[in-house]
Design a protein around this ligand. Sequence first.
Ligand SMILES: [Zn+2]
Length: 234
Amino acid sequence: MRIVLLGAPGAGKGTQCKRIVARYRLLHLSSGDILRTDRAADTELGRKAGSYMDSGALVPDKIIVEMMTEQIKKAADDGFILDGFPRTVNQAEELDKSLASIGRKIDIVLNLKIDDRLVAARMTGRRSCPQCGAVYHIENLKPDVEGVCDNDGAELVQRPDDSPEVVANRLENYHLQTEPVVDYYKNNSTVYDIDANKNADEVSTLIDDLLLTSAPKTENRGPNVSEGSIVNSK
Ligand SMILES: [Zn+2]
């Protein structure tokens, strides 16, 4: 299985990705991790990416796609899941070209769909301990004493990333840049919309049901099997 996991910030991509990787023994490819690894290993691509990052610029899509493709080649015939990538239609197009050149394609796109209001509540309700890094939530994961860390008694804070302004900004970027990636994939991969308003265990069950029923198709792909999209809106 070659999977792309998409979804808004706060939709639970990280949690679901870990579970999918453990359950199906897929190679986990995160663009952030690969950038860090390539830089640390001082590969040619790592140096190129580094020169952009050091000057505060975004790393061009071509370089990120090349890095991902290198890792995908190493995966040989094993399956993989892409996490946090592609973020834009341009990256998705570049990735497809690159995969096609080594005779591969993305089979399945899992799209975690969640209401903006729920994302905002999840993220802006987070409170973190500046001492030990513990994370709480004002509704779902309260400390014993309001506003105080259970571990060390430090006063909890809202990280800048979780402020309403930053969360609204990230959601807007997601709708503008990443949501169109879902439509892009509808042309030649199987796209599953998953209701991520549910809790993490329920979402895992939905994903398992989809992957277990779709896995054989990737082994024996007929002309009609992979076309179009299957939408599970409930
Ligand atoms: Zn603490």
